[in-house]
Design a protein around this ligand. Structure first.
Ligand code: NAG
Ligand code: NAG
Ligand code: NAG
Length: 381
């Protein structure tokens, strides 16, 4: 009996070894990834960046990047709970810097512990400053929490210029940031609010207008921030959030079982009215992504040794979400587990080529964290 079992054990261990060689190493805690051995001189140019070369992390965007409302409503008691109405900046998928947070910034810090810029803690939301008083009153920022997270809830592409006012000023003055010498990873994701306002015809939210705001921001980054790689994420179809909450699931806490009382109807004005409003949002979203692809191609020709745009389409299949991927506060914003999944997915995608970044993102609460190897670089093409 024993004799016949021995070969079986050998076969199993060989199979295990083979799969280890074929599949990249993945872990549940980034601290379990093998360290990267140091290399002399660091990155030769922007196409040669490893996570340990990044010394500054930054982000721009809307309430998602601000980390708004991700913790949801803790219990069924009504009343004001400060946690519910907060932006959990320290847990934002791209730039959160809380201890043990599962975010891109923390993954970078695992390889580059001194990297500066990750936002921490939580704070009350503020809205974008749009009047002539903006230049004097920086009332929308809380620099001690926000650090280099320039996202402001409610922002659209047109607000990126204002976000850069803050970001550039703060980068230049932050202790631990060598503005000229340090390599910076700047993640941008914007366009959900643009989609949500696109059906009421007040603002020009066409793909052309969206594209102009994005290119203007990228030109400004190129000319005013030294040594930077821009991690530009695509937009996803926000209308799908409406679809998965249309029947008014109890999780979303509708009043008197009326789905129209779910807070996402207030958060996104195109969630009101006829289905044609959501169809319009989808057309706009497709138009924005086509623009982003064009802009990426354009900036490839403007790439230098110290500046590049890395485009990451993020075709998130929201229709496949479990309802818990949304915050139960409004059933609009991503929940904490969703932020963590986006962090892990975008981290892995940083190291894959442009053609291989085209797939659909399927939610997986148990997704593992990719361990980059010595050969991995943050990919631009
Ligand atoms: C960037 O650096 C890498 C690694 O040294 C090198 O192979 C590549 O040719 C460089 N690219 C440019 C554009 O100089
Ligand atoms: C700008 O600030 C001044 C002084 O506080 C105020 O009177 C004015 O209404 C503000 N402008 C706008 C557009 O809010
Ligand atoms: C679409 O949404 C806007 C904003 O909520 C609303 O004013 C408009 O009536 C809606 N259109 C249709 C066709 O329902």
């Amino acid at each position: 009996m024993v004799g016949t079992m021995v070969p079986k054990v050998i076969v199993l261990s060989l199979a295990g070894l083979a799969s280890l060689c074929v599949n990249a190493l993945e872990v549940t805690n980034i601290k379990d990834c093998p360290t990267l051995s140091r290399r002399v001189g660091g990155a030769a140019n922007v196409t040669d960046l490893r996570p340990d070369d990044i010394k500054v992390v930054a982000a721009m965007g809307d309430s998602i990047t601000a980390g708004a409302f991700m913790l949801g409503v803790d219990n069924e008691e009504e009343g004001f709970d400060i946690r519910t109405y907060s932006e959990s900046r320290g847990e934002s998928y791209s730039i959160g810097g809380n201890r043990d947070a599962i975010t891109l910034a923390k993954f970078i810090q695992n390889y580059s512990p001194t990297a500066q810029g990750a936002s921490i803690g939580s704070r009350f939301p503020t809205t974008p400053c749009v009047d002539e008083n903006c230049s004097i009153l920086q009332y929308e920022y809380r620099p001690l929490n926000d650090r280099l997270n320039a996202a402001i809830s409610g922002s659209m592409a047109m607000n990126l210029d204002r976000q850069l006012d803050y970001l550039i000023t703060r980068m230049k003055t932050m202790i631990g940031v060598n503005f000229n010498q340090h390599w910076k990873l700047l993640t941008i994701q914007i366009g959900s609010n643009d989609q949500c306002a696109s059906c009421n015809g007040v603002l020009d939210l066409s793909p052309d207008a969206y594209g102009k705001h994005i290119s203007t921001a990228l030109e400004r980054i190129k000319s005013s921030i030294p040594r930077v790689i821009v991690n530009l994420l695509g937009v996803f179809k926000v209308s799908q959030v409406y679809t998965i909450t249309e029947d008014g699931p109890a999780y979303c806490r509708p009043q008197n079982n009326d789905p129209n009382t779910i807070l996402n109807r207030q958060m996104c004005s195109c969630f009101q009215g006829a289905d044609s409003n959501r169809t319009h949002m989808d057309t706009i979203a497709d138009g924005y992504n086509a623009k982003l692809q064009e802009i990426y191609e354009d900036f490839k020709s403007k790439q230098s040794d110290t500046f590049a745009v890395s485009y990451m389409p993020s075709d998130i299949n929201i229709l496949g979400f479990p309802i818990e991927a949304l915050s139960n506060f409004d059933c609009f914003h991503p929940s904490l587990i969703n932020h963590q999944w986006i962090a892990k997915t975008s981290w892995q995608n940083l190291f894959v080529s442009q053609p291989d970044r085209q797939g659909i993102w399927e939610f997986d609460a148990n997704k593992k964290i990719y361990c980059p190897t010595e050969f991995d670089r943050i990919r631009i093409s």
